[in-house]
Design a protein around this ligand. Structure first.
Ligand code: GLY
Length: 572
């Protein structure tokens, strides 16, 4: 339901349209005395900050921000999707990896998609939908680490669903994508009709229009009153099952009621750059391992690049070669570790990384076979990241997704839940390209209860046992490379968070064998230098959308949301 306002509001001002040299948009420098939340929508950051002001902690803030994103960024993430949360608990000095990634329903077999002669089957409609994990994952996090009650953390989301929120430029880009899909694939019109009519205004949506979602207000209210059972059982579960089966999928009540999260210790790196430790997600995140591999290889070769800077071709070459090594391993070895053996220790062993780092030639790039033997990971636009640090030093990095923009394009009409298409993150058709022309390993084939490999990389950087920064991103495989560059910008290149997220970035994922620079990259000398040492180069709009919170030496928090998606941090 849409209300049109006559005035264009600040949503325009924060859409990040200007592009100063070598930077994408501008991000204000915001410093908070106590705690800070950086999400990719201002209302989500504000919902989190409201929890901090009420005495809640970082987990309360992240949970409130996430439920809010389900309403204000329904194309990016939400209660029809899943996610990862890395939590640093200063009281116990432990880092946790909370996994609420979607699972394949019991009906799913490794050959389900391969047998269908339809590459869209794993991307759109009922068959693409994984069992959503967000509601159970967020409520368990709240119960385990939070301090506020369900009604309090869900209140901002319910308010925005009931009273409406103004759509911004990022929202309109997502609408444009749905329009393109419907035009290019007329067979998707039925599947996407509810999303098109109710969340895209039938294509007639402008910046500043107010979107109201009574269905989400209803289901979020039920969750506030009755907890996860209100989603995984009863009328909401019935409606999800009906929507999926009407659209050709087979996701049952038992799949929903049987959904479980998993919580382990976070993947902890050895010390990098003499003083920092990374806390990351283990598999089925690929980003945790890739991030630690890249950071440690860069550290091992740092003496060879005395002046690290994005304008120094040797620095760019070092970072790019580390990306190529990590993405080759991603394609070959990574999957859901509970279903397929993932050699985590071997991939992170010092001898292994030292051998690979030592093989990097700063004057020449290699061919793909020098790095690995398989193919690269998927991409996405339906993802969102929240970074939070509170006054007591508790930190949360939380990345959530429904996979592609507006997920499967299928919604649960009674409750306005946009359902994910996470099953396309599996190796759905062996040897065949996925949504983005990419291939992955056989270990990542679909199976009942299995979670698809993910690029989501929520990361907490510790200095000793104090949080130094929290970062993460949306953007498919660019999550990994974008997040890493922002962390390097802050830790090594002495940029503030606002400078770090605004700086133009580059991306290499091993295959396709192309080094991509963002459109805003203006250091042409670097592009020429990369071409002269053997790289094929290209341009792309963005390399991830990164949100970061940094803790200053005096304990204040400095936060930045990426201007690429119009976010804005909040705090107190
Ligand atoms: N669906 C995107 C990811 O998890 O990598």
């Amino acid at each position: 339901m849409i209300r049109r306002l006559l005035v264009l509001t600040f949503a325009l001002a924060c859409c990040g349209c200007t592009r100063p040299p070598a930077a994408i948009g501008g991000s204000p420098e915001l410093v908070y005395e106590q705690g800070a939340v950086a999400a990719d929508h201002p209302l989500a950051s504000q919902a989190g900050a409201e929890m901090l002001r009420r005495g809640g902690n970082a987990v309360d803030a992240a949970v409130a921000a996430s439920f809010c994103l389900s309403v204000v960024d329904p194309f990016s993430c939400g209660i029809g999707g899943g996610g990862f949360m890395v939590v640093w608990d200063p009281a116990t000095r432990r880092g946790f990896a909370h996994n609420y990634r979607e699972t394949a329903p019991a009906s799913m077999r490794p050959e389900t998609f391969a047998e269908l002669d339809d590459p869209l089957a794993s991307r759109f409609g009922g068959l693409a939908v994984g069992v959503p994990g967000n509601v159970r994952g967020l409520l368990e996090a709240l119960e385990r680490w939070g301090t506020l009650d369900r009604a309090t953390v869900l209140e901002p989301a319910i308010r925005h669903a009931r009273d409406g929120f103004q759509v911004n430029a990022a929202y309109l880009s997502a609408v444009q994508w749905v329009r393109t899909m419907r035009d290019e694939h007329p067979g998707l019109q039925d599947v996407s009709q509810w999303v098109w009519d109710h969340l895209c205004g039938g294509g007639d949506l402008r910046i500043g229009d107010v979107l109201v979602q009574p269905g989400q207000a209803d289901v979020l209210g039920r969750i506030a009153d009755h907890g996860a059972a209100a989603f995984y059982e009863g009328p909401v579960a019935d409606a999800i099952v009906r929507a999926v089966s009407t659209s050709g999928g087979d996701l049952t009540r038992a799949d929903l009621s049987g959904y479980r999260t998993s919580t382990t210790d976070a993947l902890r790196s050895t010390v990098v750059f003499d003083r920092y430790t990374l806390l990351s997600m283990p598999p089925p995140s690929s980003g945790g391992i890739a991030m630690q591999q890249m950071m440690r290889m860069i550290d091992m070769r740092l003496d060879d690049v005395p002046n690290p800077s994005p304008t120094n071709p040797a620095w760019v070459q070092l970072v790019v070669e580390c990306m190529k090594h990590a993405f080759a391993d991603r394609a070959t070895h990574l999957a859901d570790g509970t279903f397929h053996p993932v050699p985590v220790d071997r991939l992170l062993a010092s001898e292994y990384l030292a051998e690979r780092a030592g093989s990097i030639d700063l004057r020449r790039t290699g061919s793909p076979t020098d790095y690995g033997s398989s193919a690269p990971p998927p991409s996405d636009s339906g993802t969102s990241h929240i970074s939070v640090v509170d006054a007591d030093g508790m930190a949360v990095g939380c990345t959530e997704t429904i996979n592609l923009t507006f997920g499967s394009l299928l919604a649960v009409p009674e409750f306005g839940i946009v359902l994910n298409d996470e099953l396309d993150d599996f190796t759905a058709r062996p040897g065949k390209a996925n949504a983005f022309g990419l291939r992955q390993s056989p270990g990542n084939a679909p199976a009942p209860g299995k979670r698809p490999l993910s690029s989501m990389s929520p990361t907490i950087v510790l200095e000793g046992d104090q949080v130094r920064l929290v970062a993460g991103a949306s953007g498919g495989p660019r999550i990994i490379t974008g997040t890493m560059q922002v962390i390097l910008n802050c830790l090594l290149l002495e940029m503030t968070p606002a400078q770090a997220v605004s700086a133009a970035r580059f991306h290499h994922q091993w295959l396709p064998d192309v080094l991509q620079f963002e459109q805003g990259w203006t250091a042409d000398g670097v592009v020429d230098a990369m071409e002269s040492i053997g790289h094929a180069t290209g341009r792309r709009d963005s390399v991830g959308v990164v949100q970061v919170v940094e803790v200053l030496p005096d304990g204040r928090k400095r936060a930045a949301s990426d201007p690429r998606k119009g976010g804005m941090p909040a705090g107190h």
